[in-house]
Design a protein around this ligand. Structure first.
Ligand code: TYM
Length: 390
């Protein structure tokens, strides 16, 4: 995350400015909310066309949120919470319809050379999809505003837009963005169109409740995601005018790091599961993982630590607390004391363990309710009318 400027340059996106944050904070205050720590502390730092969305909100014009997950494991990890927590926050803030795409085909296509036996079966990814959907719902989405679309079950909805997109994208464009090689399967090559399709409001013509003055193509889309997903949407934006649609807007985050250090993102495909905190981890497992594996910026000996203090820039407990601690003032106080040597690594880790376990406890409780009442999942996955409540 030190290289934000480089990322903005590499991706050609724009920095989220104080003016954007002020506009968002004003809306938040009007709603009795506060600016989210992900925004305040710069985890979401990049955007494309955020201004037209804020203008739309102020002008009471319709837009929706779109984000997604490509299932590859039974449980999400705390890095995945970043886009989903942000999307839930924006749903609460704007009270707009939210589409969540579950691409249970994506990682199946990508897993051709994988040694894990399960990865050969589409069923494995479909099973992961259900578990991931439960995790996502447990982040707290509003069932009246949220539609979760699983590709292998909801393709009918995507297919008309899929055809139109395929007609206007040529192979050169796809190769330039994704750099496929000749041995890649066709699924990999055609998949981007499926991720692009929900960016266009026309895909949801049968779900969006429109008043007579609103035309479907006037509805804008805002996509919260980490920066790795941007290539799909750069391509989307390149072809939007050919579909007669607005370009989707995006806000991008950086990555929540692995437990092992700042230069490695948290990832479900990590070779060592001790580098990842899964939403399914028990309080004991979280405690063990953080105490044993969480990279510390503290000094070698207590004497040295008291003298020099911690390097909080590389400390992973501080990194997690910076973004995930609701009480930002508490985070700032802890960091100040740790930096001065007043607090030791063990004490900081204890705070981090408590914070993560509190977040996981809430999510696991909601998940248990879904396990006990599976019909509640249908409130999110069944087609329904999504209203724009301005
Ligand atoms: P997937 O399943 O790899 O990741 C889901 C979302 O989590 C973000 N992410 C992270 N964010 C912060 N820190 C991390 N360590 C971290 N790891 C992953 C990803 O950027 C993503 O937003 N192709 C997509 C699925 C998808 C999608 C979308 C994503 C379909 N439609 C629309 C965003 C928007 C995928 O495989 O995500």
């Amino acid at each position: 995350m030190n290289n934000k400027k480089e990322i903005l340059k590499e991706f050609g996106s724009k920095e989220i400015t104080q003016t954007h944050l002020d506009r968002l904070e004003k809306i938040a205050i009007d709603k009795g909310m506060t600016l989210h720590p992900f925004l305040k502390n710069g985890l979401f730092f990049s955007h494309r066309d955020l201004d037209p969305i804020l203008d739309y909100y102020e002008q009471k014009k319709p837009f929706y949120l779109y984000t997604g997950r490509g299932p590859s494991s039974n449980s999400l990890h705390i890095g995945h919470l970043v886009p989903f927590m942000m999307t839930k926050y924006l749903q609460d803030l704007f009270q707009v319809p939210t589409i969540i795409q579950i691409t249970d085909d994506e990682k199946y296509y990508q897993s051709q050379d994988h040694s894990i036996k399960d990865y050969k079966n589409l069923k494995y990814f479909q099973d992961c999809a259900l578990e991931n959907i439960k995790d996502i719902i447990s982040v707290g989405f509003n069932p009246d505003l949220t539609f979760i679309l699983q590709n292998t079950k909801g393709i009918q909805l995507l297919y008309p837009t899929f055809i139109k997109i395929n007609k206007v994208i040529n192979l050169n464009q796809v190769l330039k963005v994704f750099g496929f090689d000749k041995d890649d399967n066709m699924g990999k090559v055609s998949f981007p169109t499926l991720q692009i399709a929900p960016s266009f409001s026309q895909t949801f013509e049968s779900l969006f409740d429109l008043s007579s003055e609103i035309k479907i193509k006037d509805i804008r889309c805002l996509i919260p995601c980490a920066i790795d997903q941007d290539p799909y949407f750069r391509l989307t934006r390149d072809i939007s005018s050919k579909l007669g649609s607005h370009k989707p807007s995006l806000i991008h985050s950086g990555f929540l790091s692995s437990l092992f250090g700042m230069n490695e993102k948290m990832s479900s495909s990590a070779l060592n599961p001790n580098s990842v905190i899964f939403l399914s981890d028990s309080p004991k497992t979280v405690k063990k993982k953080i105490n044993k594996y969480c990279f510390s910026g503290g000094q070698e000996t207590i004497e040295e630590h008291r003298l020099k203090g911690a390097n909080v820039e590389v400390d992973i407990s501080c990194h997690y607390m910076k973004y995930l601690m609701e009480d930002n003032q508490k985070y700032l106080d802890l960091v100040r004391k740790y930096q001065s040597g007043e607090l030791l690594t063990g004490e900081i880790k204890k705070e981090c363990i408590e914070m993560i376990n509190q977040i996981l406890e809430k999510i696991q409780k909601k998940r248990k309710e879904l396990d006990d009442n599976p019909h509640k999942i249908l409130e999110f996955t069944q087609k329904k009318i999504l209203k724009f409540t301005f």
